[in-house]
Design a protein around this ligand. Structure first.
Ligand SMILES: NC(=O)C1=CN([C@@H]2O[C@H](COP(=O)(O)OP(=O)(O)OC[C@H]3O[C@@H](n4cnc5c(N)ncnc54)[C@H](OP(=O)(O)O)[C@@H]3O)[C@@H](O)[C@H]2O)[C@@H](O)CC1
Ligand SMILES: Nc1ncnc2c1ncn2[C@@H]1O[C@H](COP(=O)(O)OP(=O)(O)O)[C@@H](O)[C@H]1O
Ligand SMILES: [K+]
Length: 464
């Protein structure tokens, strides 16, 4: 059985390789399958153009020799540059099977980087980095095999400050985290995956799969579809934006609960604004979900409003200011999950508040999800979703036009709307992210946050 969406750590990849070997494969046969598959992609890119393969000392280098042999068999002119001799038996054998003589340097049409893959444990030294850059610059088209050399497989971090930009990256066997996490993801160009027979790995992270949403049932009414209450605070504009998005996200009824003494504001006519003591307003038993944080403010009054909402034990999305105010004591004893939606700065604050520091982003997100006993959507140019008790999920990249003020409020509104419909926290988080990304695609370039809201109904229909 194939598992094309799973994302493995280098350690999980090694264990998966071992299971294949226990099942009758050999390291050589796996390298042959991986190298042949990668060569087929390189051939598609290069056609009759000449190729330079840079081979390192490990099995990534071994893949390079296999690729060189397969391309030559297809009539492609290939040069191999090998600054370090093969160090593993299988890479040595791959070099012998290739049978050629490496050159010092080359400047052909297509560059294939097989210097290091998942085994890279430290930054490249200046000589290797210099050679990598020189070869990358001397070729028109650049392909990384498994990973661009210099990338940390599990975190998406770059082990060297500046690395070349690639046109294509060919992942071998399974996706690694760095294929989908910044900053590494940004170097990779088009991503391809070569299947070498790795089956599903239990507790593996995976790429989020597009959701299948449904139309309301025949007997639906506004309350049965879900009542969402957005808690307004000092800056009601953010709550209005979130509520505007939420009314397109599936909930049947969206209200804004405003503080009695807060400034007057308007909202679309189909969003009900209720004003009064929060204590009274949240007592409506029909409430299915809360969104708290956008425009909440950081005053004592804001903290008290957050505290009160969390004490209600209703599924709640915490965003923006709520994430700055959130403390472990506020969620002690809650039975209902919370979904936290921090951007990078809020994630750092949350990590400090919950003492989840000193680890990489993937670990931090999983740890924080356990700490809040809920779901954590770490948003940004890459969006990673951690959930208590299960492996992380990574969202496929969304349009970079989302980097405009107010889009975070919209995401929070969409996730809260899905939560109000009765979706589980994890599903609500994923569905909200999909609606957000699809709406951005539909809205096209240079949209404003309000225009993004207008695109949500068309995005919804894309998932029906
Ligand atoms: N798993 C699978 O199923 C399959 C895996 N396959 C392939 O194997 C790749 C992983 O191979 P790998 O483990 O040999 O690691 P790789 O990335 O080639 O480098 C390790 C070597 O580099 C060295 N080294 C490290 N850092 C260094 C530095 N900065 N500067 C200099 N040297 C450094 C390190 O030696 P060290 O000095 O650390 O002892 C070691 O010699 C994977 O990405 C994929 O392409 C496929 O063939 C198909 C099946
Ligand atoms: N470069 C980018 N590419 C894709 N999505 C992005 C990018 N930058 C931001 N986003 C998305 O836009 C939203 C921004 O949220 P946030 O930072 O909270 O903004 P705001 O507080 O202004 O609403 C998040 O959903 C994030 O994932
Ligand atoms: K590589």
């Amino acid at each position: 059985m194939r598992a094309p969406e799973q994302i493995l750590t280098a350690e999980q990849m090694q264990a998966a390789e071992q299971r294949l070997i226990d099942g009758g494969e050999t390291v050589e046969s796996l390298m042959e399958t991986a190298g042949a598959g990668a060569a087929a992609y390189v051939y598609r890119a290069c056609g009759t153009r000449s190729v330079t393969v840079l081979c390192g000392p490990g099995n990534n280098g071994g893949d390079g020799y296999v690729i060189a042999r397969h391309l030559q068999a297809r009539g492609v002119e290939v040069q191999v540059v090998a600054p370090l001799d093969p160090a593993t038996d299988v890479a040595k054998a791959a070099r012998v099977a290739w049978g050629g003589t490496p050159v010092e340097t080359a400047s052909e049409a297509v560059f294939v980087d097989c210097l290091f893959g998942t085994g890279l444990g430290r930054p490249l030294d200046d000589d290797l980095l210099g050679l990598l850059h020189k070869l990358a610059e001397a070729h028109d088209y650049r392909i990384a095999v498994d990973l661009p050399s210099g990338v940390d497989s599990d975190s998406g971090e770059l082990l060297n400050d500046a690395l070349p930009q690639y046109d294509c990256t060919i992942a071998l066997g399974a996706w690694k985290f760095s294929h989908w996490l910044m900053p590494a993801m940004d170097l990779m160009g088009t991503r391809k995956l070569v299947d070498i027979g790795v089956g599903p790995v239990s507790s593996a992270a995976h790429l989020s799969r597009a959701p299948k949403l449904t139309a309301p049932p025949r007997d639906a009414h506004k309350y049965s579809r879900g009542l969402l209450c957005v808690i307004a605070g000092d800056m009601p504009g953010a709550s209005v934006l979130a509520a505007s998005a939420a009314r397109h996200g599936g909930a049947g009824y969206v209200k804004i609960l405003a503080a009695e003494e807060s400034q007057y504001f308007t909202a679309p006519h189909d969003v009900v604004i209720e004003r009064g003591s929060l204590y009274d307003l949240v007592s409506d038993r029909r409430i299915d979900a809360f969104l708290v944080g956008p425009g909440l403010g950081l005053s004592d009054q804001a903290r008290a409003r957050l505290d009160w909402v969390l004490a209600c034990d209703i599924p709640t999305v915490c965003d923006a200011d709520a994430l700055t105010l959130l403390e472990p004591s506020m969620i002690e004893g809650r039975d209902c999950p919370i979904i936290a939606t921090p951007h990078a700065g809020e994630l750092d604050r949350l990590a400090n508040a919950f003492e989840a520091t000193g680890m990489d982003r993937v670990e931090m997100i999983s740890e924080l999800a356990e700490d809040i006993e809920g779901v954590l959507v770490a948003k940004g140019p890459d969006t990673l979703i951690g959930s208590a008790g299960s492996a992380p999920v990574i969202m496929p990249p969304a349009p970079s036009w989302l980097s405009t003020a107010g889009t975070g409020d919209i995401l929070a509104g969409l996730i809260a709307s899905r939560l109000a419909t009765g979706a589980s926290s994890r599903k609500a988080a994923e569905q909200g992210c999909w609606l957000h990304g699809e709406a951005a695609r539909i809205a096209g370039p240079a949209f404003s946050a309000e225009q993004l809201v207008e695109a949500v109904p068309a995005a919804y229909s894309a998932f029906l």
